[in-house]
Design a binder for this molecule. Structure first.
Ligand code: PLP
Length: 281
């Protein structure tokens, strides 16, 4: 099942075309998006997702999104969703048609969560570290690279997924050229050492993850120490817990890194999952 609502509130048939062939989102990946997890009719972290949509749009000099309208269409999609189970709610906002009247393209699309993501929540994943080819210092110096914006230009992210799959793994973890850990192509890295959770700072050119944010919030309440600080690649080897967090994948355990089995983190995974779910209880 899929549910499509344009930003003006018009419900549309998701099997029909609605975007022009000269749309700059299609032609150049010139736009931004969000994917929100909806469980039993409740969107998770909708506020942080909308904030990030606005931040990404600002980085691309798109007109500031009308967040009240985005929230309205999000609810409209959720209300029209009759299938059971979880929904992935995609919010897509592009610069619009190249030869149009200057108006943007904006819609919300509800669809099922992929079976692969659901399976990985249970089984965990094997990951390969991949060179992302930039140094975090470039983030400040080159804002046109849009590092930290969630743009529609995900071809590199998808290519990295195909690369790791062709090499027998499930997931990629990008590493910067100074040896610091960045993020997965669609997920945030979370490292556990004792009672401390750590993730890479957005100043390194990664997306601030809404799932990681929720996990850290719950963890702090439960007495964990949380840190948003750089992680060195070598710190991942043999780590007590290495996880990938994302809206549709929730908290996923990395059981094998670069072909080497990690310490068993099944119990730790259950603990982190319970913390994350406690945010929505
Ligand atoms: N980093 C990247 C590059 C992503 O694409 C995503 C989500 O798709 C994330 C991190 C995780 O963000 P969130 O937890 O908000 O889904």
């Amino acid at each position: 099942m899929r549910v499509l609502v344009m930003l003006d509130g018009t419900e549309a048939d998701a099997d029909q075309p609605h975007v022009r062939v000269d749309d700059l989102g299609l032609m150049r990946g010139d736009g931004v998006f969000e994917t929100v997890l909806v469980v039993d009719g409740a969107p998770r972290e909708l506020g942080p997702h909308l904030d990030r949509l606005a931040r990404s749009a600002a980085m691309l000099d798109l007109p500031a999104p009308d967040l009240a309208a985005w929230e309205r269409v999000s609810r409209q999609v959720i209300d029209s969703w009759t299938a059971s189970g979880e929904m992935a709610l995609k919010l897509v906002y592009t610069r619009g048609p190249e030869f149009g009247d200057g108006s943007t393209t904006a819609f919300a699309l509800g669809m099922p969560v992929s079976a692969r993501a659901i399976a990985h929540r249970e089984t965990g994943v094997s990951a390969l570290t991949l060179d992302r080819g930039f140094d975090p210092s470039i983030v400040e110096r080159a804002p046109w690279l849009l590092l930290g914006a969630k743009t529609l230009s995900y071809a590199v992210n998808m290519a990295s997924m195909r690369y790791v799959e062709a090499h027998g793994a499930d997931e990629a973890i990008f590493v910067a050229s100074d040896g610091s850990v960045l993020e997965g192509p669609t997920a945030t890295v979370v490292l556990i050492e004792g009672d401390t959770m750590r993730t890479t700072p957005p100043t390194s050119g990664v997306l601030p993850g809404t799932t990681q944010g929720a996990l850290f919030r719950a963890a702090e309440r439960a007495g964990w120490t949380t840190k948003v600080e750089p992680i060195r690649r070598e710190e991942l080897d043999g780590a007590e817990g290495l996880f990938l967090a994302s809206s549709v994948r929730k908290i996923t355990r990395v059981h094998t890194l670069d072909g080497v089995e990690m310490p068993d983190s099944v119990k730790l995974h259950a603990e982190l999952n319970a913390l994350y779910e406690s945010e929505y209880a």
